[in-house]
Design a protein around this ligand. Structure first.
Ligand SMILES: NC(=O)c1ccc[n+]([C@@H]2O[C@H](COP(=O)([O-])OP(=O)(O)OC[C@H]3O[C@@H](n4cnc5c(N)ncnc54)[C@H](OP(=O)(O)O)[C@@H]3O)[C@@H](O)[C@H]2O)c1
Length: 255
């Protein structure tokens, strides 16, 4: 049974993993045996995150780059080719939030949110999938969706459009790459305790809404996404393709 979830010998790139959900997923995949490549926008915080994993005896390295910068992403993959680093598992996790009513939202902020949460998944997966296909090894791509992949919320219109796009991009990836034994799936987290939600966590009314509206009556923790990520990264999900799995404490099950 454990072999089904064993990631030994695999290398996983997790974008946006200097902190938050990405860091928890990197640690979880490394615990399951993978070598992990951490990423974020800042070299210093990526290096610190790598050191935290290495201090636990885990196999980690890092590279800072902006996932919206196609040239920087291509350069990173070209360097890994030279260094013999093969990305077998990609988690497109990097993301940002920006809250403003649609009628007040500037185009540049709309674009920034779409680029970071949606276009980046295309940019990074293109590089990873090209190599998986050329190697003939197959691979795993996990995109980060959200409750807003399914439902609208006021003041997060661009984010909602991006995360809805992630659900369909995941299906497009499965359609194009399934024959190359690449499984592309997504995770849709509920409200998780991270920096991204700091303003919501500190808002007493919102905090009470999360605790009363969610069947689990609490916020989720980043490490509670690890089981699903390991499943989607492992041989256990070899015939699961184009799906989005909600890890939301039951939010989407209720009105
Ligand atoms: N928290 C939730 O409740 C929740 C719910 C549903 C979905 N999600 C999704 O889960 C993912 C992670 O969220 P989180 O809550 O862990 O967020 P977070 O704590 O704010 O961390 C975001 C990470 O993404 C990185 N990042 C942002 N823009 C980037 C860019 N252009 N290039 C490279 N890295 C970039 C950040 O890098 P730096 O450290 O360098 O800034 C950071 O490491 C996001 O896709 C988010 O939309 C979160």
């Amino acid at each position: 049974m454990t072999q089904l979830f064993d990631l030994s010998g695999r290398t996983a790139l997790i974008t946006g993993s200097a902190r938050g959900i990405g860091f928890a997923l990197a640690e979880g995949l490394a615990d399951a045996g993978a070598g992990v490549v951490l990423n974020g926008t800042r070299a210093d915080t990526v290096a610190e995150a790598v050191e935290r994993l290495r201090a636990k005896g885990l196999n980690a390295q890092g590279r800072a780059f902006d996932v919206t910068d196609e040239a920087a992403v291509a350069e990173a993959f070209a360097q890994w080719d030279k260094d013999g680093v093969q990305v077998d598992i990609l988690i497109n996790n990097a993301g940002i939030q920006f809250r403003k009513p649609l009628v007040d939202l500037e185009l540049r902020d709309w674009q920034r949110v779409i680029d970071t949460n949606l276009t980046s998944a295309f940019i990074v997966a293109k590089q990873a999938a090209r190599r998986m296909i050329a190697r003939g090894t197959g691979g795993k791509i996990i995109n980060m969706g959200s409750l807003t992949s399914e439902a609208g919320r006021a003041t997060v219109g661009a984010y909602t459009a991006a995360k809805g796009g992630i659900k369909m991009l995941t299906r497009a990836m499965s359609a194009e790459w399934g024959g190359a034994n690449i499984q592309a799936n997504a995770i849709g987290p509920g409200y998780i305790l991270t920096d991204m939600n700091k303003p919501l966590i500190e808002n007493a009314a919102f905090d009470a809404w999360v605790k009363s509206g969610n069947p689990s009556q609490r916020w989720g923790k980043p490490e509670e996404l690890v089981g699903t990520a390991v499943y989607l990264a492992s041989p256990a999900s070899s015939y699961v393709n184009g799906q989005i799995i909600y890890v939301d404490g039951g939010w989407l099950a209720v009105l």
